[in-house]
Write a protein that binds this ligand. Structure first.
Ligand SMILES: NC(=O)c1ccc[n+]([C@@H]2O[C@H](COP(=O)([O-])OP(=O)(O)OC[C@H]3O[C@@H](n4cnc5c(N)ncnc54)[C@H](O)[C@@H]3O)[C@@H](O)[C@H]2O)c1
Length: 286
């Protein structure tokens, strides 16, 4: 089994970035997380620390959380990433302009052999690559939420991605204890395309009064053995995140991905899922 790079950068230490940082820390890397501003940096550090505590409780971390956390540092901008960084994973919000800005800033300080990856759920790897000087060193590493518990990483390959970059990335995914699937760059890759469509149809069924949220989720959990129903899964991902992905896929793949009004209304009302305590289900007591 190959090792992960000694030094890994993660841009954006939110829900996904903190989980990705945690995974690489547990695999032995030194990890630098980029967050703009002290408050955001402290919040990101807190998320990683909390995740590591949880790993320790589950027996997935031998030794001290403090020792692992000592390999984590926070920096203000991609320009401050250490020169010897072997891999940078970008996990800022799903806005193409923001992603291009942080990816080009990171590329400018990385060595020629470093790999640059994006955790985008839906944006085109090929289009993001077009803004880079070394598109051959760039690909998608699509982690799943929650990162520590999930077993899958989609390795998303654009036409210009070099073969050795794909091979190295697949090895790193396995070194994290996860399984890689290689997917050609296309809207929504394999997982979001299917998962989002199922979620949108479930929301349309709720709108039409076909069944309530519990029943729709139970139908897929018990009837099709999905570990989580499509509405619960939308709550976990975040309704705002799902809405943005659906809008993007509607523009690229067609009307069948058009977001239902109920999804728009809930996002407008601030009901974003688990993170706000309410989405299609209620989490107030969690
Ligand atoms: N939430 C999911 O289930 C999920 C799953 C797979 C992939 N993704 C993708 O991962 C990415 C991040 O999603 P998330 O759910 O973690 O979002 P999030 O909002 O929880 O985290 C984004 C983080 O980026 C930080 N950030 C914003 N601008 C920045 C900048 N200029 N420099 C550094 N940091 C900055 C924010 O402070 C925040 O902490 C998105 O592209 C999303 O599509 C999300």
């Amino acid at each position: 089994m190959s090792d992960v790079p000694d030094r890994v950068g993660v841009i954006g230490g939110g829900r996904m970035g903190a989980g990705i940082a945690q995974a690489f820390l547990l695999a032995g890397a030194r990890v630098e997380v980029v967050e703009a501003g002290d408050e955001a940096a402290e919040a990101a550090r807190g998320r990683v620390a909390e995740g590591l505590e949880e790993s320790a409780r589950r027996g997935k971390l031998t030794g001290d959380v403090a020792d692992v956390l000592a390999r984590l540092s926070l920096v203000d901008s991609p320009a401050q990433l250490a020169g010897g960084t072997g891999l940078v994973v970008e996990a800022v919000p799903e806005w193409a302009d923001l992603k291009v800005a942080v990816l080009t800033a990171a590329e400018a300080v990385l060595g020629p052999d470093a790999v640059l990856a994006t955790n985008t759920s839906s944006l085109s790897i090929t289009e993001l690559a077009a803004a880079l000087q070394r598109p051959a060193r760039f690909l998608g590493m699509h982690f799943f939420n929650p990162v520590p518990a999930s077993k899958l990483v989609e390795v998303v390959v654009a036409p210009e991605t070099a073969e050795d970059v794909v091979t190295a990335t697949r090895g790193w995914v396995r070194a994290l204890g996860k399984t890689d699937v290689v997917v050609r760059d296309s809207p929504g890759f394999a997982s979001s395309r299917l998962g989002v469509l199922l979620g949108l149809e479930a929301i349309r069924m709720l709108e039409e009064g076909v069944a309530d949220a519990e029943a729709i989720d139970a139908a897929m959990e018990l009837g099709y053995r999905h570990p989580m129903g499509p509405l619960r899964s939308t709550d976990l991902v975040g309704l705002d995140v799902r809405l943005a992905i659906a809008e993007h896929l509607a523009g690229t793949l067609g009307e069948r991905f058009s977001p239902p009004q109920l999804l728009r209304d809930k996002v407008a009302a601030g009901e974003l899922g688990r993170k706000t305590g309410r989405g299609f289900h209620d989490y107030a007591q969690d």
